[in-house]
Every structure is written in structure tokens, then in C-alpha cells.
Write a protein that binds this ligand. Structure first.
Ligand code: FAD
Length: 387
């Protein structure tokens, strides 16, 4: 798009073209709405991430984009290892594959789909101002829309515009990662529970490299770099490539992600699983739901109702995240975590159920139902240990 020109009004502006934004633009464009897909980056662009794409993400991807993921440079594995304090708790076969993608190409794939479906490509444009549902881009171009979807990540400019701040960084998580050369052929995805407090460490094999990271609640990990050093030592990583860090809003979703005709999706709305850190699935799903809300509101000629419609559609995701936030205390808090890891080491069933959530084969309400009988005993054991 040429700079300096005044743009016509579109139905929807989607700010941010990650999984949430590209899904929103694809769904809205397929329904015949005019959509501007704006991102400050030019694609392909990278995003710091383990790149774990579950079958949950895959099914949401198919719903939003109308076809399956292209698996060209994605490694799929069913082997998962759980570790604790340098000891392997188990090596398991997941019931479903977990796909390990490079975000550079995975996000490019989604962005291209959204544009091919009719989304107008405004990538490589920085937003200088937001006014209601209109935005101004660097260079003076202004774009007007009836609905604005903020899918611009954890530091969302749209959230800052609505609420003054995107998130309180002390309430959310932070993660460090390196992309290291592959030193063996292991296809196992490794999770180390105590590599960070209220979080974990991970080693995810990719097709040509391996992603190693630690992440956890910022308030419980004041020195994440030291955590990362200990973890790379534990993994015997010979040379350590450049560390990169990024906030992730796990455990702190916004109960009111938007207002009127402005909706927040994905990380901008805090939709990250508070136990596993999975965010791609909810990003795609919430982008899809935000677009559906925009479609319904515009059809009724009531763009200001878009947020009320969206909030209703988000209920199952919010319920899931609330349950996960409660269960998180049993997994990570000082009071219960020893009992949890003891149970993880002893109980194949618990490992199996946990793995099913991790791999996207089941959701937390089902997990809660299944573990309903053993949960009170587990809580009592944790309390007894403590006293
Ligand atoms: C270290 C780490 C590891 C992770 N590992 C996993 C994992 O293995 N599996 C998983 O499911 N999730 C993982 N996550 C979470 C996952 O990365 C996010 O939940 C997911 O990327 C959210 O997608 P999104 O579209 O909401 O935001 P993003 O992917 O962050 O995309 C936001 C887009 O908005 C653009 N943008 C930002 N600000 C502006 C602006 N002002 N103007 C225009 N454009 C803007 C950015 O350039 C970007 O393209 C991880 C996160 C971290 C930090």
C-alpha cells in the first residue's frame, strides 16, 4: 500500500497477524467482509515460541482456514518425557501427535492464507495512533473500520488504548529460549517441571534444530537467566546461542477483553493455558470467534454489540482457563507440588491424563471429572505434608 494515501473504510481492521489475527482475518474475509490485516512486521517474521502445535491447535486451524496445516518443515512426535529435579519421571507415547513448528514459516502460512482469502495486506506498517475503531499508520495513512480486532500480542497497543496497560508484568509469565543445533536424533519432547518456579523448562526437537527454554511466573522467578543457565547445564548444552526473552500472559486472562466494537484476541486477551503455556490454539480459536462476533454484529448493523457477542462465545475458553488456574496451584504451589510430583512418578494414570491435556486430546473439565475421586485425597496429602 502506498504511504500517505487516505484509505477507504473497511468492515474490520485486524491489528496483528500472528495466529489470532490471521485466523480472524481469514474467517471475516471468507464471510465476505472487507478486512485490513495490519502488522508492524513484514512476513515472514519470527516469534519467540516453542512452536508446539497440538491436535487442538490443528483442529482450530482447520476450522479457521478451511484446510489442514502444511507440514513441510514441521516435525511430529508422540514421544514425551517428563522430568523433575534432573530425574526422568517417564518416557511416554502420547495418544496424539504433537507438531513442532518453526514460527517463522508457520505464521507465514497463516498470514498468506488470510491474504489469499481476501484480507488486505498491511504488513510492515507501524500503527501510530488508535482512535475508536480507526487507526493511523506511520506515514500518515489512516484506516477506518466498523470493528477493530486487537490481535497484537502480549504488549497489545489496542489493550493499552482501551485500558491504559496491556498487562501487569508482575502478574504474568516470562520465558527465555535458545534455538540450538541438533546434537542427537531424539524425537522426544522433554518437559522439566522444576526448571522454573510456577513454570517449567522444555526441550522441543525441530526438524533442523532444537528449541530449549525456561518460563514461569515473573514474580516467582526474579532471575530467569540463572534458571536458564542451570537448565542448559543440566542438558549439557555445549555452546549456548543468543538468549531471547518474551512475556507470556499465562494465568492472567482478561475477563473483559474488549469494549463496544473493539475486541481483543489471543495473547492480547491473555488466552494462554496457565499450566502448559499453550497459546497458539486459543489464539486461533479466539481470532475465529472475534471474527464471527464481528460478522454477526455487522449483519445486524450493530457494530457496538460485537463485544457482547464475542464475550458470550468466549465462555468455554474462559471456563477452561479458570479450571486450569485452580489446578495450577496443585501442580506448582509450594504446598502441593511435592505431592504432585510424587503422584506423577507413581501414577501412570495421572501422567496419561496430563499428557492428554498437553497433546490436545482432552480439556480440563474432562480431566477434573476423571480425577474427581482422587483429588480430595491428593489435596489432603499435600496439606498433611505441609503441616
Ligand atoms: C518462549 C515462549 C514459548 C512458547 N511456546 C509455545 C508453544 O510451544 N505452543 C503454544 O501453543 N504456545 C506457545 N507460546 C505462546 C504463543 O507463542 C502465543 O500464545 C501465541 O503466539 C499468541 O498468538 P497471537 O496471535 O495472539 O500473538 P503473536 O503471535 O504475538 O502475534 C502478534 C502479532 O502482532 C504484531 N504486533 C504487535 N504489536 C503491534 C502493533 N503495535 N502494530 C501492529 N502489529 C503489532 C506482531 O508483530 C505479531 O505479528 C510460547 C510463548 C513464549 C513466549
Amino acid at each position: 500500500m502506498g504511504r500517505g494515501a487516505v484509505m477507504p473504510q473497511v468492515d474490520v481492521i485486524v491489528l496483528g497477524a500472528g495466529p489470532a489475527g490471521s485466523a480472524a482475518a481469514a474467517v471475516a474475509a471468507r464471510a465476505g467482509l472487507s478486512v485490513a490485516l495490519v502488522d508492524k512486521a513484514s512476513f515472514p517474521r519470527d516469534k519467540l515460541c516453542g512452536g508446539g502445535v497440538t491436535e487442538r491447535s490443528r483442529s482450530y486451524f482447520k476450522d479457521a482456514f478451511g484446510h489442514d496445516i502444511q507440514f513441510d518443515d514441521i516435525l511430529s512426535t508422540q514421544e514425551v518425557e517428563f522430568w523433575h529435579a534432573g530425574q526422568r519421571l517417564s518416557h511416554m507415547q502420547a495418544q496424539a501427535p504433537i507438531h513442532l513448528a518453526m514460527r517463522l514459516s508457520f505464521d507465514d502460512q497463516m498470514f498468506r492464507h488470510a491474504v489469499s482469502l481476501g484480507g488486505l495486506d498491511y504488513s510492515g506498517h507501524r500503527v501510530t495512533d488508535i482512535n475508536g475503531t480507526s487507526i493511523e499508520l506511520a506515514g500518515g495513512t489512516s484506516l477506518e473500520a466498523k470493528v477493530l480486532i486487537g490481535a497484537d500480542g502480549v504488549n497489545s497497543q489496542v489493550a493499552r488504548h482501551l485500558f491504559g496497560a496491556a498487562f501487569d508484568h508482575d502478574q504474568i509469565g516470562f520465558a527465555l529460549e535458545v534455538e540450538a543445533p541438533k546434537e542427537d536424533d531424539s524425537a522426544a519432547l522433554r518437559i522439566d517441571f522444576n526448571a522454573a518456579d510456577w513454570g517449567y523448562g522444555w526441550r522441543f526437537p525441530k526438524q533442523d534444530s532444537v528449541t530449549i527454554g525456561v518460563g514461569g511466573l515473573t514474580s516467582h522467578n526474579p532471575d530467569m537467566k540463572a534458571r536458564m543457565r542451570s537448565y542448559t547445564d543440566l542438558l549439557n548444552l555445549k555452546s549456548i546461542p543468543k538468549l531471547k526473552g518474551h512475556f507470556l500472559p499465562f494465568g492472567h486472562f482478561k475477563t473483559q477483553p474488549g469494549r463496544g466494537a473493539t475486541l481483543l484476541a489471543g495473547d492480547a486477551a491473555g488466552l494462554v493455558d496457565p499450566i502448559t503455556g499453550e497459546g497458539i490454539a486459543y489464539a486461533i480459536k479466539s481470532g475465529h470467534l472475534a471474527a464471527e462476533a464481528a460478522i454477526e454484529a455487522l449483519k445486524a448493523n450493530t457494530p457496538d454489540r460485537a463485544f457482547a457477542i464475542y464475550l458470550r462465545k468466549l465462555k468455554p475458553i474462559h471456563r477452561n482457563l479458570r479450571i486450569a488456574r485452580t489446578l495450577r496451584k496443585l501442580v506448582f504451589s509450594g504446598r502441593f507440588k511435592d505431592a504432585f510430583f510424587q503422584k506423577m512418578a507413581q501414577s501412570g494414570r495421572l501422567r496419561h491424563e496430563y499428557l492428554n491435556v498437553l497433546a490436545g486430546k482432552q480439556e480440563y473439565p474432562a480431566l477434573l471429572l476423571k480425577s474427581g475421586l482422587s483429588l480430595p485425597r491428593f489435596v489432603l496429602r499435600g496439606l498433611r505434608r505441609r503441616s
